[in-house]
Design a protein around this ligand. Sequence first.
Ligand code: SF4
Ligand code: SF4
Length: 68
Amino acid sequence: MCIRDSCYECDGCYGACPEDAIIKLGPGKRYRYNYELCTGCAVCFEQCPCHAIDMIPEPPAEASQPAS
Ligand code: SF4
Ligand code: SF4
């Protein structure tokens, strides 16, 4: 997930997330996602009034492992 500059901090996604996976960082700092809690349900993405949220597919598990 990533939030674009068009986000105007309406708290819509923050309030809509059923998993409390969106963490508010304070005025001007926008939000952070807790990827441990996020289920990828896309509720935040769908309700954003200015389409400021991009859904990014998770990389395959093996891609995140250090090369051996
Ligand atoms: S995709 Fe769903 S669970 Fe993840 S941050 Fe958005 S609303 Fe929350
Ligand atoms: S719903 Fe969209 S505009 Fe509102 S806080 Fe979330 S990302 Fe920003």
